[in-house]
Ligand binder design. Structure first.
Ligand code: 8YV
Length: 319
């Protein structure tokens, strides 16, 4: 007699075609997005579910975790875990894994792409040409030089370090702000976020999301960055006070912004859509074929490892 496989609750499809086959190797798959009544499925199968697949942008809250009494592992696609109630999961002995490192290059590439696009007004320039304004009226406005300028990195973790490498390639002066100084980097530490913003020409936000960094970048920091400064955010929209950002940009108190993330995605403040000193893109930092495959593969590897050894490979830090 074959014993029934334990069940895995999958909240969203993974971005590789072979995901169902890999996941079904160890588990009976419950693909929640296909269920006509998700709550009914969870209620009827709650005792069978030992693993859950989710993502950095799929809320995985205590209510769902508590509805699954035998849940032992949550495997998430994405490096951020602020959408998952990790503290609650860990308090119940549930392992939580994310997909760090495999996306560092793409996220850092986009951070620098946004910096260049914001400083050199690439979005505005595109619209200028497409609107047949070239040669038909006002000359296109001058931008801001990037090479040899000063960049402040808020959150010098693995992605922040990849951003610093790119900044070094542009001969930039690099300083950073963390909760604590690092002893293993050649960059200057700034204990005060406002002082870092006052010093910097560009401020790049690369922190984790969640309560610890919520609105860390406030009106005071934005004012310190100033009318010649620009802010780049590839972290989480929650890290910047978005109303203060819109106000500082509109008043000219802040020179520009390059944004990949927003407080209430996919909603983006309408005011940002009309500003020529703002570059806005739809949370695409890790959205390349190569990186999303690598992230999905790491989720599958975490699930395999949990099934065969009882331990995920890349657990999020204990909170
Ligand atoms: C995507 C991200 O939103 O990894 C993260 O934390 O924010 C982005 O990579 C995520 O990967 C969605 O799957």
């Amino acid at each position: 007699m074959t014993t029934a496989k334990p069940a895995l609750l999958q909240l969203l499809p993974l971005t590789v075609p072979y995901s169902p086959e890999r996941l079904a190797k160890h588990f009976e798959l419950i693909e929640l997005w296909k269920a006509p009544d998700a709550q009914a499925v969870i209620a009827s199968r709650k005792n069978d579910i030992v693993a859950l697949v989710t993502s950095a942008m799929t809320p995985t809250r205590a209510e769902l975790i508590d509805a699954l009494p035998n849940l032992k592992a949550i495997c998430s696609q994405g490096v951020g875990y602020d959408a998952i109630d990790v503290k609650h999961a860990q308090s119940k002995g549930i392992q939580v894994s994310n997909t760090p490192d495999v996306l560092n290059d793409c996220v850092a590439d986009l951070a620098f792409g946004l910096l260049l696009a914001t400083a050199r007004k690439l979005g505005h320039a595109e619209r200028y040409v497409r609107a047949n304004q070239w040669g038909n009226g006002a000359a296109f406005p001058l931008g801001t030089k990037v090479s040899h300028k000063k960049v402040g990195i808020v959150g010098l973790g693995r992605i922040g370090m990849a951003i610093a490498q790119r900044a070094a390639g542009f001969d930039m002066d690099i300083r950073y702000h963390n909760r604590r100084a690092r002893s293993d980097v050649p960059y200057g530490y700034e204990a005060s976020l406002t002082d870092l913003a006052s010093w910097a020409d560009f401020l790049i936000i690369a922190t984790v999301g969640g309560d610890a960094t919520r609105r860390l970048i406030n009106a005071e920091v934005l004012k310190a960055l100033g009318p010649d400064g620009a802010i780049i955010n590839i972290a989480r929209g929650s890290v910047i006070d978005e109303a203060a950002l819109v106000s500082a940009l509109a008043s000219g108190e802040l020179g520009g912004a390059g944004l990949d993330v927003y407080e209430a995605e996919p909603t983006v403040p309408d005011a940002l859509k009309t500003m020529d000193n703002v570059v806005i893109v739809p949370h695409i930092a890790s959205a390349t074929n190569e990186t999303r495959k690598a992230m999905a593969d790491l989720v599958l590897d975490n699930v395999d490892a949990f099934a065969t050894t009882g331990k995920v490979i890349t657990p999020v830090p204990a909170l």
